[in-house]
Design a protein around this ligand. Sequence first.
Ligand code: UD1
Length: 418
Amino acid sequence: MPSIIVTGGRPLSGSVRAGGAKNSALKLMAAALLAPGESVIHNVPAISDVDVMARVLEGLGARVTREDHTVRVDASDVTSVETPYELVAQMRASIVVLGPLVARFGHARVAMPGGCNIGSRKIDMHVHGLEHLGVDVSFEHGFIDAAAPEGLRGAQVILDFPSVGATENLLMASVLAEGVTVIDNAAREPEIGDLVDMLTSMGARISGRGSSTLEIEGVRTLTPAEHTTIGDRIEAGTFLVAGALAGGPVTVTGFDPSHLEMLLNKLGAAGCEMVVAGESVTISRTEPVVPVDIATLPHPGFPTDMQAQFMALMALAQGDSVITENVFENRFMFADEIKRMGADIDIEGHRALVRGVDRLEGAPVCSPDLRGGAALVLAGLVAEGQTVVTGVHHIERGYEDFTGKLASLGADVRMSEE
Ligand code: UD1
């Protein structure tokens, strides 16, 4: 079974570069479906979720070529509008092809995503939003069938919650709708701004970028575009927490620090020193970790995708902290694993009480999900002795060369295929 083997206690220092944002690149690739011809997307990370999205697009008939970190998607000959369960089950973000397919071809069939290990993750907002735009949505044989033979009509859609995926699906559907669409209570994650930029380069007319009200004036056709993906704030944040745990100084480059403001504030409150310079942040810590409470919220709140990594830091704080998870309903599986390393954590509903301990011990642990897996490796960096993290495929979904980048900072970490 592949695993990551970490021996704790090595100092970390130096510089590491974050790649392109996973949560952006996947949607930019789907956006290429909106226009016949070849779109070119740079700074796409080499991670397995991107492999799955490439297979989704190829399954639809698009031609996908990759060289280094550039992906070309030629959507001239889309021959199918169906994405099978085999792919959606591997990556639920596959459902973002729903919006662009129904907008351009008037029909899309995407397998229903099943349950997921971070809560039930419903899709009701995607569906209701599309229905507002005049799409007939039905569910049959495990598929979502979306049909709009007469085309889509602009409308006002108010989301119950600023869902990232629903905002993106509706954006990509509305750019080709007739008339004006307003998405209210839209998600404001930086990756949505990136998608708006690519759609705008393709000829879409969108205003309100970065705000919770997006206004889209539909156009008849779009043209392919060339676009560079923003840096991955979550990968960057993960390395910053590694620096915070080990003491640093660690410099993380290749991302926009303003995308991580809340995390940087909380790391500062936890006793870390940070220097922000352009597209980089240098973190160091010489004093003990101060306990800090966090509550995850949609952007610009504390990102749920940084919750597990921050919990690893709080596990070693000098006192108690409370971590509240407001975005997903079941995202504390990481706590059970880090408890096996000696952390003292009690979960009650969507709150975790973390009582800081003096030391963690290396142990065999299993990645519960993508970010939880990365957080276990971080815990292993400062635990006594050896930590063996299995479930590596979760980490590979979202981190390119995670062990190589940590090793370049001085960590004693390696992949084992045994
Ligand atoms: C995206 C990110 C994920 C991140 C999350 C929140 C990608 C590929 N993934 O996921 O890394 O953790 O945003 O920042 O970009 N919900 C509903 N009904 C819906 C849609 C969502 O109830 O129709 C709920 C979900 O169950 C969840 C919450 O809304 O509890 C947030 O989900 P959402 O923002 O949609 O996350 P994703 O787009 O799935």
